[in-house]
Design a protein around this ligand. Structure first.
Ligand code: TYD
Length: 209
């Protein structure tokens, strides 16, 4: 069974590059840490030895990879992270905060790269043994805002170098997924602390914390 033995809570942040999800995932992890809660903060792709190696390959601008190759490497990294890290933590009753999950593959590789979304979904559900989050927060921004924020930070990785049409399809994909999966959509242009407060309020009102 998908969630058998699972006592913990699984929280995911999703959104476009530069939407602020990494900051929000970190703030929420800090919040759990201050409260002395048992929590785990992970990000995708990565978080295991194999996953970190795959992350390097996936994000290296010099990597030449087919589209399905990209889907499968991301799914491989995710499978490892769920099996070795996320699921054991949830079984122990920890709160897991994850920066991206399989919705990123649906949005980026499915909608963005125009690969068969159903097939991307099936591959990923198989890879994670059907494990789905309790809450998914989507930080909503327009592609130009995200790209401008990214450009200020550092060089762009292989996926971030794609054109604006790609990111527009990713945004639209996320909007479809939000309806389908009941994401909690937040305005990614709001002040950082305000978004954090809203996230905490929602989780507190649902007795997660
Ligand atoms: P991320 O680590 O969130 O970016 P950053 O280094 O800016 O914090 O993700 C790295 C890139 O990988 C990002 O452009 C999104 C992309 N990605 C996918 O295309 N599909 C996926 O399934 C995942 C997890 C990430």
């Amino acid at each position: 069974m998908v969630r058998s033995n699972i006592k913990g809570r699984f929280i995911v942040f999703e959104g476009l590059d530069g939407c602020g999800k990494t900051t929000q995932a970190q703030l929420l992890a800090d919040y759990f840490s201050c409260r002395g809660a048992e929590y785990l903060h992970v990000r995708e792709p990565g978080g295991t030895d194999v996953g970190d190696k795959l992350r390097q390959i996936l994000l290296d601008p010099d990597t030449v990879l087919t589209r399905w190759g990209e889907v499968l490497l991301l799914a491989a990294a995710r499978a490892q992270l769920v099996q070795d890290v996320i699921r054991p933590a949830l079984v122990r009753g920890m709160v897991v905060v994850c920066d991206r999950y399989l919705f990123s593959s649906l949005a980026y590789q499915g909608y963005g790269l125009r690969q068969d979304v159903e097939l991307v979904r099936q591959i990923n559900l198989e890879a994670v043994g059907g494990l789905m989050p309790d809450w998914t927060f989507l930080l909503d921004i327009e592609p130009d805002v995200g790209l401008a924020r990214q450009a200020n930070r550092r060089g762009l990785d292989r996926i971030e170098q794609r054109d604006e049409g790609f990111f527009q399809r990713v945004v639209e994909g996320y909007q479809l997924l939000a309806k389908e999966y009941g994401f909690i959509t937040m305005d990614g242009t709001a002040p950082i602390q305000e978004i954090h407060r809203q996230v905490v309020d929602i989780l507190e009102s649902e007795n997660t914390l």
